[in-house]
Write a protein that binds this ligand. Structure first.
Ligand SMILES: Nc1ncnc2c1ncn2[C@@H]1O[C@H](COP(=O)(O)OP(=O)(O)O)[C@@H](O)[C@H]1O
Ligand SMILES: [Mg+2]
Length: 289
């Protein structure tokens, strides 16, 4: 690749390289991510936008160590987190990540304040410290008057703002949001995103937010478009065709690739710094060593 990965990881909070995810459940494989590359700077707010099925949730789960990629790297603060063991992943998430989902972020029987207190109490923060921070967060998100309300007494937008407070409770470095405005109307979505923006700027929390809605996406410093498991605008022809290696080490080369590469019956294999080079063996020219 020839890039200076050390330097790039020093300059960024998150660096994603060649990320591939293949789901094997069911009779057929699904290639959800085909070689994703991007970086997120400390304090940045990035939107990942794409149609349903494009791989957004898959990518977000891997960023948050809720799932492991089939190939590639996620470097977070200089540490490769793509293949953490389960207990390491739990610890990593607890210290670094706040998640907000589309729905079901809150505990029904608890008030907004109690919901925000919960993760801090679990993490062992004192009642006093936790209570101060919870109130500050609810205040920042415009929910001061709603602290004692239960989820059933709150609107959809208010619930999602409480969810952002819950995610921020233990001072995560990064908030990962997956369609957090998915169930909200446009006006409410914009209000929620205004507050997410405030959390990003006032509390210096890095945000990666997944959405299919351009009006939600535009709140970010930068929008990355994801289509069919690839970031748009990135050339990844090399990784476009993931193929199988069978038990005997045979590589299945799809017809299209064969044609493009001029491959007929035999190929030459060469191990290079970049990986395995597969070249057609031109049987007419015997000078290929
Ligand atoms: N657990 C899974 N098992 C098999 N296929 C999956 C699984 N999760 C997602 N997929 C498939 O991976 C692709 C990307 O899904 P997803 O990341 O959920 O997309 P998005 O969030 O952009 O809608 C889809 O084709 C989806 O059906
Ligand atoms: Mg999704």
């Amino acid at each position: 690749m020839g890039e200076d990965l050390d330097r790039i990881t020093k300059e960024n909070k998150i660096v994603v390289r060649d990320l591939i995810k293949i789901y094997n459940q069911g009779p057929q494989e699904v290639i959800a991510l085909r070689g994703i590359d991007f970086e997120v700077k400390e304090g940045e707010f990035v939107s990942l936008m794409g149609a349903s099925g494009s791989g957004k949730s898959t990518l977000l789960k891997i960023l948050g160590t809720l799932d492991r990629p089939t190939g590639g790297l996620v470097v977070f603060d200089g540490q490769n987190i793509s293949q953490l063991k389960d207990d390491q992943a739990v610890e990593f998430r607890r210290r670094k990540i706040g998640f907000v989902w589309q729905t079901e972020n809150l505990v029904e029987g608890l008030t907004a304040l109690e919901n925000v207190l919960l993760p801090m109490r679990i993490a062992g923060k004192s009642k006093d410290t936790a209570s101060k921070r919870a109130k500050m967060l609810l205040d920042t998100m415009g929910l001061k008057a709603r602290a004692d309300h239960r989820p059933s007494q709150l609107s959809g937008g208010q619930i999602q703002r409480v969810a952002v407070c819950v995610a921020l409770a233990n001072e995560p470095d990064v908030i990962l949001g997956d369609e957090i405005c998915g169930e909200l109307d446009t006006e409410t979505s914009e209000r929620v995103m205004d507050y997410v923006r405030t959390a990003n700027t006032d509390l210096q929390t890095t945000v990666v937010n997944v959405t299919h809605n351009p009006r939600v996406a535009k709140y970010a410093d930068r929008v990355l478009h994801i289509r069919d498991g690839l970031i748009e605008g990135q050339k990844h022809t090399l990784y476009g065709d993931i193929t199988e290696v069978d038990a005997k080490g045979r590589l299945v080369v799809p017809e299209e690739v064969k044609k493009l590469a001029g491959i007929e019956k035999r190929v030459v294999l060469k191990v290079t710094d970049e990986g395995l080079l597969v070249k057609p063996l031109d049987e007419n020219k015997q000078n290929d060593k």
